[in-house]
Design a protein around this ligand. Structure first.
Ligand SMILES: [Ca+2]
Ligand SMILES: [Ca+2]
Length: 465
């Protein structure tokens, strides 16, 4: 017979601890929730009261001031919530809050293009703690969102095909948990740079994956390893469509993560969050911009970012390219299979959308060393000058490159060619383009010709031929 204390010890290792709550049920620290390699600490989430999940409703009728909802039909019916509209939940991440301006700004962009119930989910009481605890608290947040959705369904007869959950960072996994608890029946979950630590490599039960909703799309913006690069987001393919803008690791306009200023994960958000976590935060900025730029974030199916930058993944295939962000659900092949990966480039701060074109230039004139630039003129706008080539310019050479324009020029009407080398040459050499071919990402091709040549820094206009 074992002494009582030894029996208790044996049971203690075999059976984990468990917390139960009236509305949300029980939460255990059994594997894989805790006690696995990726999450060795045996800790439990805080109580629903302490996490204090709140639902802040914005609609087209109240775009700037929220109505706070609770999961109760009479409160929801008394609010501006409309059952004939889609509902999009937005869940923030670690050391963040539901009143942060980026969530409301995302809603405001939606109101410009659709009528929608936009619910910002605040769990700041549970997110302002150590990272390991916060990564457990998202289980409560996910359960609260699932409970709220259950009320919408049972009390208001609201269809889950109208529910979209958007989560950033740890909020992505809270969205996954809400989806899991509603048996993967919500229409869509968008993971904005889902958090890596305590989730990457874990069983699908505990992290956001493609089984958590009818359609799951992911934007990866900080996919470098957490150690040693402090890349907070996961590189794990987690949805039906996984987008890797700018390759998914270093976002255009962000400096590299500042390692020397970060002691550990808990220190990452202290102080200057935009400076330290620039890559990680870009995911929600891209999503917010995508709402107002339906064609500006085309993702190209490609095996790697390297192949994409080597111009091997253009134009879009016959079924088209999905759009990263708000309109990803318009892609016909969105749920054809899980783990479809897409690459694209974005702009830097101020203007993120880009439209990619393939440009082929046939040179004429003298043989000189220099740079060749081309600008595109169309019925919807004109692009800047983009460099297509630098090196030795030989007559009849064919130069091909892809450019990412900050303007959708529409149907092309003319193109302009210019070259320069900043080398003083008394013979004043002239170079031209006998033909320039421009291909859009939908495969439509335009040809332009010229008989002329020009001195450096002089614009040459080519007309359709
Ligand atoms: Ca999951
Ligand atoms: Ca990472």
């Amino acid at each position: 017979m074992l002494p009582i204390w030894a029996l208790a010890l044996l049971l203690g290792t075999a059976v984990g601890k468990e917390l139960c709550f009236q509305r949300l049920g029980c939460f255990s620290d059994d594997a894989p929730w805790a006690g696995i390699v990726e999450r060795p600490l045996k800790i439990l989430p805080w109580s629903p009261k302490k996490v204090n999940t709140r639902f802040l409703l914005y609609t087209n009728e109240n775009p700037t001031t929220y109505q706070e909802l609770v999961a109760d039909s009479s409160t929801i019916e008394a609010s501006n919530f409309k059952t004939d509209r889609k509902t999009r939940f937005i869940i923030h991440g670690f050391i963040d809050k539901g009143e942060e301006s980026w969530l409301a700004n995302m809603c405001k962009n939606m109101f410009q293009v659709e009528s929608v119930n936009c619910i910002c989910v605040d769990w700041k009481s549970g997110s302002h703690t150590g990272y390991t605890q916060a990564s457990q608290n998202i289980r409560i947040v996910g359960a609260e969102v699932a409970y709220f959705i259950d009320v919408l369904q049972s009390a208001l007869n609201y269809s889950l095909s109208n529910v979209h959950i958007i989560g950033h960072s740890l909020g992505s996994h809270a969205a996954g948990e809400a989806g899991r608890r509603t048996n993967g029946t919500v229409a869509r979950i968008t993971g904005l740079d889902p958090a890596e630590p305590c989730f990457e490599g874990t069983p699908e039960l505990v992290r956001l994956d493609a089984s958590d909703a009818q359609f799951v799309d992911i934007i990866h913006t900080d996919a470098a390893p957490i150690i040693p690069n402090m890349g907070f987001g996961t590189s794990q393919i987690s949805g039906h469509l996984d987008f890797f803008p700018n390759g998914g690791i270093h976002m255009t306009g962000c400096k590299k993560n500042i390692l020397s200023q970060i002691v550990d994960i808990d220190g990452i958000w202290e102080g200057s969050r935009d400076f330290v976590a620039c890559n990680h935060l870009r995911s929600y900025k891209y999503y917010t911009d995508s709402i107002l730029n339906p064609g500006g974030f085309a993702g190209y199916p490609c095996g790697s970012y390297e192949a994409f930058t080597e111009n091997k993944c253009f134009p879009c295939p016959s079924e088209g390219c999905p759009q990263m962000g708000h309109y990803a659900d318009r892609f016909p092949g969105k749920t054809k299979e899980v783990g479809q990966t897409f690459y694209l480039n974005t702009g830097d701060l101020g203007s993120f959308p880009r439209w990619r074109y393939k440009v082929v230039v046939v040179l004429s004139g003298k043989r000189v060393r220099g740079h060749v630039l081309v600008s595109l003129f169309g019925d919807q706008g004109n692009s800047k000058q983009y460099e297509v080539f630098k090196g030795v310019l030989r007559p009849d050479a064919i130069l091909a490159n892809e450019i990412d324009s900050d303007v959708d020029v529409g149907d092309l009407q003319t193109v302009k060619f210019v070259w320069y080398n900043n080398i003083i040459n008394p013979t004043l050499p002239k170079v031209g383009a006998s033909q320039i071919t421009v291909e859009r990402n939908d495969g439509k091709t335009y040809n332009f010709c010229s008989q002329s040549t020009v001195r450096e820094n002089v614009l040459l206009t080519l007309t359709p031929c």
